[in-house]
Design a protein around this ligand. Structure first.
Ligand SMILES: CC(C)(COP(=O)(O)OP(=O)(O)OC[C@H]1O[C@@H](n2cnc3c(N)ncnc32)[C@H](O)[C@@H]1OP(=O)(O)O)[C@@H](O)C(=O)NCCC(=O)NCCS
Length: 177
């Protein structure tokens, strides 16, 4: 689907398809990992192309088995946003965990909200999860504001859970109301 950003630019949002390559995903995540200040994301090491290929293959397998849904936002051949929901394992398989990242130049333009809203609809339709949840660094104000706006609420905070920007931050668990 086409989506018009707040600045009038048109982008494309699609479910992960066969054309997307590991190189395109690696380029996307590399830029985010290398941001200064350090971003509030869990991955902090740029994957090798081989690692990214294995990761992408694993994603495709999970999507085929209806364990994952994934939306990718494109500007021509460049990935500018990714949002997914993954069914958890074993006794937690009734729940799906959400993740989202937008490329720096495309933030604050409505893309994160659009991707998340569409992803939730897709996840409900294809995964039928009991709980849709996510975790976010306590200090990640833009992300927390987005999640609240879309209908997530705090359920727990794990204090001083991981280190980013040279500091320990709590991890906040949020679930969709
Ligand atoms: C968090 C993130 C996904 C938000 O996506 P985005 O496209 O910038 O968000 P949107 O433009 O759709 O904004 C949606 C809402 O989020 C909030 N928001 C977005 N940027 C914000 C900011 N800088 N400060 C405060 N609130 C902000 C606002 O409430 C906004 O609603 P509004 O447009 O009605 O005011 C994006 O900033 C990102 O990818 N950051 C880096 C990676 C990351 O932190 N991922 C999340 C890991 S848990």
């Amino acid at each position: 689907m086409k989506f018009v950003l707040k600045n009038g630019e048109e982008v494309e949002i699609k479910e992960l398809d066969k054309k997307a390559t590991a190189k395109q995903f690696r380029d996307f995540i590399e830029k985010i990992i290398k941001e200064k200040p350090q971003p509030f994301i869990v991955v902090d090491k740029v994957p090798s192309l081989k690692e990214e290929e294995a990761w992408l293959k694993g994603n495709r397998e999970k999507i085929r088995k209806r364990e994952m849904v994934k939306l990718v936002a494109w500007k021509e051949n460049e990935i500018i946003g990714v949002c997914d929901a993954t069914r958890q394992r074993g006794v937690e398989r009734v729940n799906a965990m959400v993740g989202i990242s937008i490329a720096r130049g495309y933030r604050g333009k409505g893309l994160g909200k659009k991707l998340l809203v569409e992803l939730i609809k897709l996840a409900k339709r294809k995964l039928h999860p009991r709980i849709i949840y996510l975790t976010v660094f306590e200090g990640n104000k833009p992300a927390r504001a987005l999640y609240e706006k879309v209908g997530f609420q705090n359920v727990a905070t794990l204090p001083n859970w991981s280190k980013a920007r040279g500091k320990y931050w709590g991890h906040v668990y949020m679930r969709l109301k």
